[in-house]
Design a protein around this ligand. Structure first.
Ligand code: G3D
Length: 200
């Protein structure tokens, strides 16, 4: 009898696991985005966690549950010497989030170059790519249209439905749910090419 109930319990709690990389230059707001996502999708975390965010050095890991799916985020360090490690994670990933600091016009070219390297790698072919224009709360930040135009020469090589730009403010939590919902939908649509792992 116990094994019957245990089997049923296991069936109910089984999750489809997806792995999502959060990439972008250091200071773009990757860790803040991850912390906000955890807050938005969990009742146990509160905003005070945001004050403890420090720039990503190495890797931060976090996960959220959305219905029958578990999204595991790998927030990788964006410093130049750490960017060479990003491609080690591509084969495991189901999607990529690329975070840009919209207020940092001086580093936009550097960010474009880092993004170019990502999309040139064949391992990310067919993966959904979400480009987050962060820090939209700051005055004088670049708009979605301005950054999209800047990145157009690169994103024109991607399939239309494969990528999307979102204006967000990770610190205020604006755009977090909309962006994650889009990513979730894309990963589900992509299930034949990149199936999730099943786990407990
Ligand atoms: P990283 O993980 O990409 O390196 P962090 O970046 O998440 O550590 O963020 C770097 C800095 O940007 C942090 O400030 C953080 O509070 C700030 N930040 C992140 N998102 C936003 C945003 O949407 N708006 C604004 N105004 N700031 C943001 P500090 O001062 O701690 O370095």
């Amino acid at each position: 009898m116990f094994s019957l109930f245990y089997g049923f319990y296991k069936y109910l709690t089984k999750k489809d696991e997806y792995f999502v990389l959060i990439l972008g230059l250091d200071n773009a707001g990757k860790t803040t985005y991850l912390e906000q996502a955890k807050i938005k999708y969990s009742q146990n975390l509160n905003k005070s966690n945001l004050h403890r965010v420090t720039t990503t050095v190495g890797m931060n890991i976090g996960s959220i549950i959305i219905g029958p799916s578990k999204l595991n985020f790998w927030d990788l360090g964006g410093q130049e010497e750490l960017q060479s490690l990003w491609d080690k994670y591509y084969s495991e990933a189901h999607a990529i989030i690329y975070v840009i600091d919209s207020s940092d016009t001086q580093r936009l070219t550097e960010s474009k170059n880092a993004f170019k390297k990502i999309i040139q790698n064949h391992l990310i072919n067919n993966l959904p790519i979400m480009i987050l224009l962060n820090k939209q709360d700051l005055k004088d930040c670049l708009s979605l249209i301005q950054i999209r135009n800047e990145f157009n020469s690169l994103t024109s090589n991607l399939l239309i439905n494969q990528h999307k730009f979102f204006s967000i403010s990770a610190i205020n939590g604006e755009g977090i749910k909309e962006s994650i919902n889009w990513l979730m939908d894309q990963m589900i649509k992509n299930i034949d090419l990149k199936p999730p792992l099943n786990s407990q």
